[in-house]
Design a protein around this ligand. Structure first.
Ligand SMILES: Cc1cc2nc3c(=O)[nH]c(=O)nc-3n(C[C@H](O)[C@H](O)[C@H](O)COP(=O)(O)OP(=O)(O)OC[C@H]3O[C@@H](n4cnc5c(N)ncnc54)[C@H](O)[C@@H]3O)c2cc1C
Length: 431
């Protein structure tokens, strides 16, 4: 293997790496993809909701053949306290009316294995079970990879090795992550039969539910809980910002156990058998953590490039990973045509990113990390809604206080004028 030189080597077989490999191989390039997992989908973690638009550009109609679980037809957002939950539900056929606007629940272990098979069929040399230790650099240019002393050469290396990207850190392209850059996510897959899921969640056939919640799931700390319905399992998890982990004096796995016992969540998962448990970091800082993306002979894609948007009511990393993998591959194809794998030769990647939804969304939503780092969003807001709505819906026979006054009193007891003013400022900035 060490004698052979590839057109491209890809490190990481998640959505970003698999997409890059698939696009390159279909363009006739010699591609090797290395992943440290025993199979693609073994080591990486996702909550489980894939927005389909970017996959549609790579494999049109992929959902007809890929192992998707359900199509999301029902959205739910909850603000929770220990005893209450204010829920907003939305279900509509409009959720997937526009071409490419559908979203699906998936399980990585099935989906990524299917995608890896597609890559293999396209001619990619898939090498699971090897951890790449570093990139090989000659005269300042990346020319290959080193895996336990075995050197493999290529014109270009695409680093799609996930949120930490130790390889990009070793090249000096990416800083070590800070606790403000990432959240820790823990997730359980719970087995329930299909009919039970349909009955409990009020869905039919392949309809599915995406449910995000904030407040009590992280005990008022920064982050939230999620629940996605799969065919005959439910994915349930917590994402908690690392910098805030000590706030609630409870570990993230314990938060998940607590979340599963919440009166709003428990009835949906009761009696189910946990069959999978995983934990992983999630990039959180948006545009603020995007590293150097291109150097001579090397590009970064997916989580390695920090391409994730967390809006609280939705987490998007997989569609960013797929899109950036495709754009990285297309830049490599152009570089091969020009015979130039220098930073300059690969720079069409940066232009393509700027023109794509990736940089546009990261820029448009650059205020969100600040908004979502405010304690008021996770503690005061859920407590205030509990105050206000329990008042609104409780009739005791005692004279009612004027409701508007009650809302004003509740606001005043939770937030100072200065807090409220700066919160409104952050909300305006975020949107
Ligand atoms: C709990 C949680 C919930 C989430 N929920 C959602 C969601 O609902 N929707 C959504 O769109 N996004 C979600 N995300 C984010 C999304 O999962 C990621 O953004 C996306 O999967 C990143 O894909 P990737 O290909 O860049 O990286 P990954 O999928 O992390 O793949 C990186 C791969 O690189 C391999 N690797 C790493 N280092 C090496 C090495 N040195 N040598 C060889 N191989 C290596 C790993 O084994 C791994 O397979 C969530 C993330 C988490 C953790």
């Amino acid at each position: 293997m060490s004698e052979e030189k590839f057109d491209a080597i890809i490190v990481g077989g998640g959505k970003a790496g698999l997409t890059a490999a698939y696009v390159l191989a279909n363009a006739g390039l010699e591609v090797l993809l290395a992943d440290r997992g025993g199979f693609c989908g073994a080591k990486n973690v996702t909550g489980g909701r894939l927005y389909a638009h970017s996959m549609e550009k790579v494999i049109p109609g992929f959902a007809d053949e890929a192992p998707i679980e359900r199509k999301v037809t029902h959205e739910k957002i909850s603000l929770m306290t220990e005893k209450s939950s204010l829920d907003i539900g939305f279900s509509s056929s409009k959720l997937s009316e526009e071409p490419g606007s559908a979203s699906y629940t998936i399980l990585h272990s099935k989906f990524d294995q299917w995608y890896a098979e597609k890559c293999e069929e396209a001619g990619v040399m898939m090498v699971p079970g090897i951890r790449v230790d570093s990139c090989v650099v000659e005269d300042g240019k990346v020319v290959g990879i080193d895996a336990a002393g075995e050197i493999m050469y290529s014109d270009v290396v695409i680093l799609a090795d996930g949120v930490n990207s130790l390889l990009a850190q070793r090249l000096g392209m990416k800083q070590e992550l800070t606790t403000h850059d990432v959240a820790v996510g823990v997730k359980e897959v719970i087995k329930l039969d299909e009919e039970t899921i349909n009955q409990r969640f009020g869905v039919r056939g392949n309809e599915g539910v995406a449910w995000m919640s904030a407040g009590d799931p992280t005990c008022g700390g920064l982050g939230g809980g999620f629940l996605y319905t799969n065919k005959d399992t439910v994915s349930v998890g917590i994402v908690a910002t690392l910098a805030d982990i000590g706030y609630a004096d409870i570990s993230t796995p314990d938060m998940l156990d607590r979340f599963k016992e919440h009166p709003s969540i428990k009835p949906y998962i009761e009696g189910g058998q946990p069959i999978e448990y995983s934990a992983h970091l999630v990039p959180e800082a948006g545009i603020h953590m995007v590293p150097e993306l291109v150097r001579d002979g090397v590009l970064l894609a997916g989580d390695a490039a920090g391409f994730v948007v967390n809006l609280g009511f939705t987490v998007r990393g997989m569609d960013f990973a797929v899109e950036s993998g495709r754009l990285a591959a297309e830049a490599v194809i152009r570089a091969k045509e020009a015979g130039d794998f220098s930073k300059e030769g690969l720079s069409s990647y940066l232009k393509a990113l700027d023109e794509s939804f990736i940089m546009k969304d990261l820029n448009a939503l650059k205020g969100f990390p600040t908004l979502l780092s405010r304690r008021e969003m996770f503690k005061d807001l859920p407590e205030m809604t509990e105050d206000i709505f329990s008042k609104l819906f409780t009739v005791t026979g005692k004279p009612s206080m004027d409701f508007v006054m009650y809302v004003i009193n509740s606001l005043a007891s939770h937030l100072s004028v200065a807090q409220l003013t700066s919160l409104v400022g952050d909300i305006v900035d975020a949107f």
